[in-house]
Design a protein around this ligand. Sequence first.
Ligand code: SF4
Length: 87
Amino acid sequence: MTTTSIYELARCSGLTDLFFSEEPADLEAAKTICEGCPAREACFELAVSQQERWGVWGGRIFWDGQILAVKRKRGRPPKAAAAALAS
Ligand code: SF4
């Protein structure tokens, strides 16, 4: 799949604010859009090869060069959530 065909198939056209948001809810919404995208795997591979640092690409969150499953909100999680994560 070429870069041009990825862009032709993209379901994210015009949704830059959502795909590059800092809000976890926005990023999850972007990932949902990616789920049905026919260019998903090619998009992810292209993002990795281009060392993308930010945004949602191929259904994954790129955050400061790291690939995250989920973007958490800023700050510490509530104590109950932290305890649940530790167990
Ligand atoms: S996988 Fe997601 S980011 Fe990539 S082209 Fe499709 S909708 Fe856009």
